[in-house]
Design a protein around this ligand. Structure first.
Ligand code: SF4
Length: 366
């Protein structure tokens, strides 16, 4: 782990700041820092933050954008911790990556650590000679990405997961997939594999209590991790949406449970969801199974279409929500004064191996 996750208490001046004052001060700092600064805003950020973003997108697209902005000395990532780590891994030596609030983590990325991975790796060595290729979702720590790089695996995103799986199966007998069970299952089943080819590894029970027979014969070992936001969507919600809007199209993110994905009209990454809605004809209706800030923004951008979140009880990503304008104002004004606060720095060795796993994914995409 490269960075201590300790967020200092915001000075009163910022903690008590109104949103209007924070806006003014962010705007001024942004202007004064000019090309030295790039602000990245993940799709799931609140509108109060997104309006300041030079680039918006998913975590991988944003890391690429910041790496391409070689003139920018400061990359302020309005997202969560693993995203800022990826920006540091892909960024230039001279770039400083800043996460405005260090408590903005990702509960799914936190569901796997190296010690637990070591238990699985040791168990595999005991029970099988099969060559196992580790693949990790972008939503994981730099340490897990580095593990995949060190053991000749790859990173993947929700857009290119199938492509990476296809490649991995040419390199070995089994894939170990971290940390999202559902993305792994949805992708493998869409590729034509069956439940019998999959096994879920539970890191929270002793290794020997997992199904070791299945571990020997399966093709995919799926880490038992999940996204608490996407885990809320259900088949009942889809049925309700279809009852109220018979012509509705339901699209969901592949972090949703398989029964939900199977019932939807389509599934794909946030980029896929945005594209489908952008290209849809006026008058069409869309029920979307992903984070509420993205869905609300799409609804605002397309007043000629009916767009709503599948979950009627709002489901924001609570950690993404921790980036508030007051934190952004604090981080930017510190930069103006020459203080780099909340810098995310991945240790060099970890960076090299994580970069290897990310480069593998990029080479497969090209
Ligand atoms: S929406 Fe889910 S996967 Fe994405 S950052 Fe939040 S907890 Fe993590």
């Amino acid at each position: 782990m490269g960075t201590a996750l300790i967020q200092q208490i915001l000075p009163d001046e910022y903690a008590n700041m109104t949103d209007e004052e924070a806006d003014e001060r962010i705007r001024l700092a942004d202007t004064l820092l000019g090309d030295r600064l790039v602000i990245l805003g993940h799709h799931y950020q609140v509108d109060e933050i997104i309006k300041f973003a030079d680039y918006t997108g998913d975590s991988f697209k944003l890391s690429q954008e910041s790496a391409a902005r070689t003139d920018a000395e400061f990359v302020v990532f309005c997202g969560v911790h693993f995203m800022a780590e990826s920006a540091d891994i892909l960024g230039g030596e001279h770039q400083h990556v800043i996460l405005p609030n260090l408590t903005a983590g990702c509960s799914m990325a936190d569901m796997v650590n190296l010690e637990q991975v070591g238990d699985l790796w040791d168990t595999l060595e005991e029970v099988t000679d099969a060559r196992c290729v580790p693949v990790t979702y972008m939503n994981s720590s730099a340490a897990i990405k580095a593990f995949c790089g060190e053991y000749d695996g790859s990173v993947c995103t929700s857009s290119n997961c199938a492509k990476v799986f296809e490649w991995a199966l040419t390199q070995g007998d089994k894939i170990i997939f971290f940390p999202d069970e559902h993305l792994g299952r949805n992708t493998a089943l869409a590729m034509g594999f069956s439940e019998d080819d999959l096994m879920v590894w539970n890191p929270l029970i002793p290794p020997e209590d997992n199904d070791l027979e299945k571990l020997k014969r399966c093709k995919f070992i799926l880490w038992k991790g999940w996204c608490s936001v996407h885990g809320r969507f259900s088949v009942e919600q889809i049925e309700l949406a279809r009852r109220d809007f018979p012509d509705i199209t339901v699209i969901v993110h592949p972090e949703c449970r398989h029964e939900v994905v199977a019932k939807a009209d389509g599934f794909g990454s946030t980029a896929y969801i945005v594209k489908r809605v952008n290209e849809a004809a006026p008058g069409t209706a869309w029920a979307i199974g992903t984070e509420i800030n993205l869905v609300s923004r799409l609804a605002k951008q397309h007043p000629d279409k009916t767009i709503f979140c599948l979950d009627p009880i709002v489901c924001p990503c609570s950690t993404m929500y921790r980036i508030q304008p007051q934190y952004l104002a604090w981080a930017l004004e510190n930069l103006l004064q020459g203080n780099i606060v909340n810098e995310i720095k991945v240790p060099e060795r970890e960076k090299q191996f994580a970069r290897k796993a990310l480069d593998r994914m990029l080479s497969l995409a090209s």
